[in-house]
Design a protein around this ligand. Structure first.
Ligand SMILES: *Cc1c(COP(=O)(O)O)cnc(C)c1O
Length: 345
């Protein structure tokens, strides 16, 4: 076989496991509340290329995100955009910094272009010390600093004044704020894109909008930076069906806001119920919660009864990330955990 370039050879292909399930709480997807009525495609022309610039979609997004359409570049999920920005700035051995644990795909996108991923360890309770990030950035001068806020998988929320401190102290790197879960946290820095020309905010319709299957994300930055990065955007990257469905979804922002309130309520209830079962729960600003293992092999036992959650190992300890499901899904989860605990005691 002809060899791939060295930085890519060592990568593991990313296959998504498809375990059978009755309740799926492993990928923070949420439920299909926005497009549950049938989509009627009245003016649908698959013979034509889609609107390459996603003009209508960007207009509609600009209302929700509180910026101008010119501040937005749309991608095939924010995944495409994160990869695009890393690839546009980094050559082999350039540095990209972030906290660890954080979203594991940052490392993968760095490997694709040969950039070095430098992870700053979070504290033992998974809080993140912004001064450590700033000091290291000033030492190693990375091309890009990525801050996932709220952080996946820990749920930790960096306060806005700490992000401002980062922006004020690291001027010569691109600062990416990955706000995939910001809809659930009340903190966004979209309002700062005018002031900081090196700031890029990533948002997505995959989580709070419950539209992960459409693959639609947004990169938000000042106009000059958006125009600059447009050079590396692949033409027609958002297909006709996705643009159409995303436009329809964005006509229902009231429903989105209602849904977010509902998820927060369910999150609060789920946390309380898990606390009652004896779990340690880390504070979260997301549509998922992060807990420490207190029941041996909980992940495996839940898979056996069709409940999917995510398992992580950090500092040789086991943790779980559980998506806040619907009321019914959360009840099934709690019932199964309770049963497992009865059996093990
Ligand atoms: C889900 C997620 C994304 C990517 O979502 P897309 O579906 O590609 O828009 C990006 N960052 C984090 C931290 C995520 O959890």
């Amino acid at each position: 076989m002809i060899k791939l370039k060295p930085s890519v050879q060592k990568l593991q292909a990313y296959y998504v496991n498809d375990l059978p399930y009755k309740v799926k709480l492993d990928a923070n997807e949420g439920n299909n509340y926005l497009l549950e009525d049938k989509l009627i495609f009245d003016d649908f022309k698959p013979n034509f290329y889609p609107d390459s610039d996603s003009k209508i979609l960007r207009e509609k997004m600009s209302i929700y995100y509180g910026c101008k359409a010119e501040n937005i570049l749309v991608g095939n999920g924010s995944s495409e955009l994160i990869n695009m920005v890393i690839n546009a700035y980094c050559e082999k051995n350039d540095k990209v910094m972030s906290f660890v644990p954080s979203f594991s795909m940052y490392q993968t996108y760095c490997d694709l272009c040969g950039a070095d991923y430098v992870g700053i360890k979070a504290e033992y309770d998974f809080t993140q010390n912004i001064d450590k990030l700033i000091n290291t950035a000033n030492k190693i001068k990375p091309k890009i600093v990525i801050l996932c806020n709220p952080n996946n998988p820990t749920g930790y929320v960096t306060p806005k004044k700490e992000i401002v401190k980062l922006l004020n102290n690291v001027k010569n790197s691109i600062i990416i704020l990955d706000e995939a879960y910001a809809d659930f946290s009340e903190i966004t820095v979209i309002d700062l894109i005018k002031k900081y020309e090196n700031l890029i905010v990533m948002r997505t319709l995959s989580k709070a909008f419950g539209l992960a299957g459409l693959r639609v994300g947004a990169m938000i930055a000042n106009e000059n930076l958006v125009e600059y990065i447009w050079k590396v955007k692949i033409p027609y990257n958002i297909n006709v069906l996705s643009q159409y469905a995303a436009n329809k979804a964005l006509d229902n922002i009231d429903k989105v806001n209602e849904h977010i309130q509902e998820v927060k309520k369910l999150r609060y209830e789920l946390c309380n119920n898990l606390k009652k079962l004896g779990f340690t729960i880390f504070p979260t600003g997301s549509n998922f919660i992060f807990i420490e293992q207190t029941v041996d092999n909980l992940y495996e036992k839940l898979v056996d009864c069709g409940v999917l959650i995510r398992k992580f190992v950090f500092n040789e300890k086991v943790f779980y990330r559980i998506t806040v499901g619907t009321k019914e899904e959360n009840e099934i989860l709690l019932k199964e955990i309770y049963k497992i605990m009865q059996e093990t005691n």
